[in-house]
Ligand binder design. Structure first.
Ligand code: PGA
Length: 247
């Protein structure tokens, strides 16, 4: 059985005072079947680790190289050194704002593994692709090209995040989520074998809120969520954790 995962991505939000939200989450009783992760901005990583208790701390991006002349970038080794145990790679905001390709994301995932981090690899179609009925082919191509050989249930988490659902309040139908998640599961089993392909956790992301979480978590092959806006407030994220743990 896969353990569930509630992952929060704070994006470019959070000052030292925001760590109080993480402390509140850390003080809540541990869920039974759900792992929790918060990905704060890099500036807060080390301080977040100090208050996170059993909550995993992750980075939001990493450079493919372990060190070097790359002003402003952060390597996976640096994230690990700060106490992170995971990193998001290929978020659609990185793909769009920084022109990251599937090949870049694959290299970042390999860098994450080399530093001992779990890679949370993000995929998602645009609204135009959804309307053109290209979703399944777009996701299959991204999953194939962004996921390195050697992916396992331990070193890799996949997050399906329709771009048009992120930060918009729009959510695909449960049938649409199930269609994509079932297809991703089949593709991972075909490529990595039944053991690892079934062990990899598949998260849904895009406007997950306390009031829609239970329905999304009851959907086929949804093992948890990658949550943006609703991860910034402890009460909202705790409600999502509780819904996932009860699903
Ligand atoms: P959102 O963001 O929950 O604010 O829609 C999701 C994400 O980008 O991971």
């Amino acid at each position: 059985m896969r353990r569930k995962l509630a992952a929060g991505n704070w994006k470019m939000n959070g000052l030292a005072a925001s760590l109080a939200e993480l402390e509140t989450l850390a003080q809540a009783p541990a869920p039974h079947q759900t792992d929790r992760m918060i990905c704060p901005p890099a500036t807060l990583l080390a301080r977040a680790v100090n208050v996170a208790g059993e909550i995993t701390i992750g980075g939001q991006d990493c450079h493919p190289q372990p060190s070097g002349a790359h002003t402003g970038d952060v390597s996976a080794a640096m994230l690990a050194d700060a106490g992170a145990t995971a990193v998001i790679v290929g978020h659609s905001e990185r793909r769009a704002d920084h022109h990251e390709t599937d090949a870049d994301i694959r290299a970042k995932a390999e860098a994450a593994w080399a530093a001992g981090l779990t890679a949370v690899i993000c995929l998602g179609e645009s609204l135009a692709q959804r309307e053109a009925e290209e979703t399944l082919s777009v996701i299959a191509a991204q999953l194939e090209a962004s996921t390195p050989d050697g992916a396992t249930g331990t070193n890799t988490v996949i997050a399906y995040e329709p771009i048009w659902a992120i930060g918009t309040g729009l959510v695909p139908s449960l049938d649409q989520i199930a269609e994509v998640h079932d297809a991703m599961r089949a593709q991972l089993v075909a490529r990595f074998g039944a053991t690892e392909g079934k062990a990899m956790r598949l998260l849904y992301g895009g406007s997950v809120k306390p009031d829609n979480a239970a329905d999304i978590f009851a959907t086929s092959n949804v093992d948890g969520a990658l949550v943006g806006g609703a991860s910034l407030k402890a009460a909202d994220f705790q409600a999502i954790i509780d819904a996932l743990d009860a699903a």
